[in-house]
Design a binder for this molecule. Structure first.
Ligand code: LLP
Length: 475
């Protein structure tokens, strides 16, 4: 029925659907659907399709059927999309810069099943807390492939990390230079480290997710002279082995220029540090931050474009400043898991305020996805029962939490929906579940993964009231 690279139209009952291949030239699996004029393929998992009942399916599994089995709200992850994104990064970056490691940033979504896929695809990971480290170790992730980030790691966290033989620690403050040197010394070890720099470059994203600007808690600023002092201080610590330099500008970054600018600036700094302090930058990381398509009308550059820009910038800056080409680490989080996840909610009450707005309430909200409330993040919304349905009007998708700001999507176009219908929010795989809370003592949703063999596996069970009660102390 579907022909790769060819767009064809077919009739299912009254429904007219345009099957369109994914915009990504390398994506051979995406053959999904269009809602009105814009293709949904770019925001849905690559295995998404419309089944013979006209409903949304992932790897051939009916989303309604999955929800009937595992309950609502539900986060559904597509294994094929995660694997595909891992390969996109590895192949594209190595094509332009062979000495590249891809390090998945587990804060975007950490789960044993996901970590297994990440390990299987040969990626490294980063963690930012002792909890994330414990999670990775419990999943038997190879410790030498773990990098510890974070602007205020505690002595306890550093001890745990050094003790288990963590591969890298990315140092973020003067306090940490001394603390880590002391901790490593006490454990009789030399710790391999990188220094996180702040290059004062505006990545043009939400202010709350901009990190490489001057006014940021992260990194040693090159502009203020702190970065040079940090290089000098770190190189003189007997228990630290300084491997190189790192920066992370922020996220999501839809533009390529900020990477280019920052790489040039940091390499100029590295060259100066080489001659003044003898720094040998064997390793270099421009962080993560690659964007994903949340909205069909705002799609990011391809991974190939990010790779080409970053690799070319690094190579030409090294040439210009007389540096040996370092090993490079790319740290994607969102772009590995974001598109793989779809959040599914059940419609409850519908409130129509004539001339003002229609609120469609669902059984989740800011407790499982704080991003719209926190960053004004926008999502596509579609009926999982009728993804290609004709728009009948606009609706505001409200959550069930006791806050007026608990809105998942404002004034989105939808077909007619009624209580019991399922709404799907694509591109929900990154930073929703990890930032979820128990506000209003709401239990957090279950998570399933649809495997490449079309099995649906529960990868985190739904919380129960007993979970909520378990940490409370009743005299
Ligand atoms: N490396 C470092 C040092 C980071 O701080 C981050 C993200 C990443 C890599 C991964 O960035 P990504 O590729 O996922 O964009 N909660 C926010 C995002 C915060 C990102 C924090 N750091 C959100 O929901 O948009």
């Amino acid at each position: 029925m579907v022909v790769f690279g060819v767009s064809l139209t077919l009739q299912v009952g009254e429904l007219k659907m345009d099957y369109i291949t994914c915009r990504e030239p390398r994506c051979r699996q995406a053959k999904t659907l269009a809602m009105n004029d814009l293709p949904l393929a770019d925001v849905l998992p690559i295995s998404a399709s419309l089944n013979s009942d006209g409903r949304l399916a992932i790897q051939g599994r009916d989303v309604r059927g999955i929800v009937e089995e595992f309950g609502s709200p539900l986060y559904i992850y597509d294994e094929a999309t995660i694997r595909w994104m891992c390969r996109e990064f590895v192949e594209n970056f190595r094509q332009f810069y062979p000495e590249t490691d891809i390090e998945y940033s587990t804060k975007a979504f950490s789960n044993p099943a996901v970590l297994k896929v990440i390990e299987d695809e040969g990626l490294h990971i980063d963690v930012v807390t002792g909890g994330e480290l414990a999670f990775a170790l419990a999943a038997d992730f190879p410790v030498e492939k773990i990098n510890f980030h974070g602007n205020n790691k505690t002595r306890q966290e550093l001890m745990e990390a050094v003790d288990v033989g963590i591969g890298r620690i990315t140092i973020d403050s003067f306090h940490e230079i001394e603390l880590l040197n002391e901790v490593a010394g006490a454990l009789g070890k030399t710790q391999a480290v990188n220094l996180r720099l702040s290059p004062s470059i505006d990545p043009h994203t939400h202010r709350l997710t901009s990190t490489g600007i001057l006014d940021s808690k992260f990194g040693f600023s090159i502009e203020t002279g702190d970065a040079e002092k940090a290089v000098d201080a770190a190189l003189s610590q007997p228990n630290l082995d300084v491997k190189g330099l790192h920066f992370h500008l922020g996220s999501p970054l839809f533009e390529l220029e900020p990477y280019d600018e920052a790489i040039e600036y940091v390499c100029a700094f590295a060259a100066r540090m080489k001659y003044v302090h003898g720094l040998d930058m064997q390793e270099f990381s421009p962080g993560g931050g690659m964007a994903i398509g949340y909205l069909r009308s705002k799609l990011p550059p391809s991974i190939e474009e990010y790779a080409e820009t970053i690799a070319n910038s690094l190579r030409s800056a090294c040439r210009k400043y007389g540096l040996d080409e370092p090993r490079m680490t790319i740290e994607p989080g969102r772009s590995i898991v974001g598109r793989a996840g779809v959040a599914v909610y059940t419609v409850g009450g519908i409130k129509r305020i004539p001339g003002v707005r229609t609120y469609v309430s669902v059984d989740g909200g800011m407790g499982d996805n704080i991003r719209p409330a926190l960053y004004e993040a926008e999502y596509e919304v579609m009926s999982a029962d009728d993804p290609c349905g004709e728009f009948k009007g606009t609706a505001t998708i409200a959550g069930k939490f006791c806050e007026s700001g608990d809105v998942l999507a404002k004034d989105v176009k939808l077909p007619d929906v009624k209580p019991g219908d399922l709404l799907a929010l694509p591109a929900s795989g990154a930073y929703c579940v990890p930032m979820a809370s128990n506000y209003n003592l709401q239990t957090r949703p279950a998570i399933v993964m649809v495997t490449e063999q079309s099995d649906v596996r529960l990868i985190r069970r739904r919380e129960t009231y007993a979970d909520l009660l378990s940490t409370a102390i009743y005299e």
